[in-house]
Design a protein around this ligand. Structure first.
Ligand SMILES: *Cc1c(COP(=O)(O)O)cnc(C)c1O
Length: 350
């Protein structure tokens, strides 16, 4: 049974850490003259009004995403992309050269990249050949220095959801934090794990507005977990990690969930079309099921297909050098016009 001891998990030097106190956060009450943050009082060069610092606690957007996912604002945070949240988790819980994260390749490369940048060790337990977790092998590989297990569901680049009973067993067997990256959950035929954060103190969920929400350029990642974890990440994050434009757009978008849903339905319809088209091609060996906005496909010669598509001005992701992905390319779901161009090119390849 998991015994989650937050204080023990935290890196020792952060146990009594006092966060940077921004000028505006020390002020309580009402005021109309703000001379506390050395800002330009007029406006921005080029027009526009970005002359004031954004709210360092991100409280308004956190309230919105908390309502959206039905948790408390204290259980929700925003990062400058999910990548910032991955980095924060590693920096807060992993002592360089000593502590470890555990990942399950083939998966999102940023978990390992961020660990490596922070000089944190990485244990790798491959997925099974049908891209599920080797849960017993994972549990066997956990040791006293394993602080975080990163699970990506639906998984990139394979596109599939990971079995929730396996994840539950890992949550119960592990004293560290299980991080589930749900970047593609909007496209999946499954519930988010966010509603389970009150049942598992060691569960942390990452989502993003970069995919279904169409805001990759604004850099907005979402984190959900128990209040203790969120509180330390809020303290360690750069005070102004979310700029005002992104902040305001995120707040506005949370009232437009129907619009996001329409976009998801459009993309899923295109995904079905792409899948059907791929299945007609003689050089396609396998089209993997997808719960995301991309499809992994195994072909006779991945390098050749990849380079051929480039000559047609179409860029896909060659994943053929990832473990268990020999011969595979990952194709994102484009617009219907882009897909027509893709289908034509694919049909003409031999
Ligand atoms: C695309 C993707 C993200 C998104 O990262 P952002 O920094 O939020 O843009 C996160 N996790 C996975 C697995 C992804 O594929």
């Amino acid at each position: 049974m998991s015994t989650f001891d937050f204080q023990k998990l935290l890196r020792p030097h952060l146990q009594n850490f006092e966060a940077y106190s921004s000028a505006r956060s020390e002020f309580r009450g009402k005021a109309s003259v703000f001379l506390d943050a050395n800002e330009n009082p007029y406006q921005s060069v080029g027009g526009g009004y970005f002359n004031r610092y954004p709210d360092s606690s991100n409280i308004e957007v956190r309230r919105k995403i908390a309502t959206y996912r039905n948790v408390l604002p204290e259980q929700a945070m925003v990062g400058n992309g999910s990548d910032e949240i991955i980095d924060l988790l590693i920096r807060v819980f992993c002592e360089p050269k000593k502590d470890k994260i555990l990942i399950c390749p083939p998966t999102y490369p940023m978990f390992k990249t961020n660990a490596t940048i922070n000089n944190v060790l990485v244990t790798e337990v491959l997925l099974t050949p049908n891209f599920q977790l080797q849960k017993d092998e994972i549990i066997k590989n956990i040791d006293a220095d394993t602080k975080l297990i990163f699970i990506n569901s639906p998984n990139n680049p394979t596109g599939n959801l990971l079995n929730s009973d396996d994840i539950k067993e890992i949550l119960l067997a592990f004293n560290g934090i299980v991080v589930i990256d749900e970047a593609y959950i909007d496209f999946a035929n499954s519930n988010s794990w966010v509603k389970q954060i009150n049942n598992y103190p060691n569960l942390f969920i990452i989502q993003t507005l970069s995919k279904a929400w169409g805001m990759a350029g604004l850099r907005l990642g979402l984190g959900f977990g128990n209040e203790q974890i969120i509180s330390i990440l809020q303290k360690v994050k750069p005070p102004y990690n979310i700029n005002s434009v992104s902040n305001n757009w995120a707040i506005k978008s949370m009232d437009l969930i129907g619009e996001k849903q329409q976009m998801v339905e459009l993309l899923i319809a295109e995904r079905i079309k792409l899948r059907q088209h791929l299945l007609t091609l003689p050089y396609v060996l396998k089209v993997y099921e997808s719960d995301s906005n991309f499809i992994l496909v195994k072909v006779l010669d991945a390098d050749k297909l990849y380079n051929y598509l480039l000559t047609k001005g179409i860029v896909v992701r060659n994943r053929s050098r990832q473990p268990l992905c020999e011969g595979c390319v990952r194709i994102g779901i484009g617009s219907s016009i882009e897909n027509k161009a893709l289908f034509k090119a694919l049909s003409e390849f031999e």
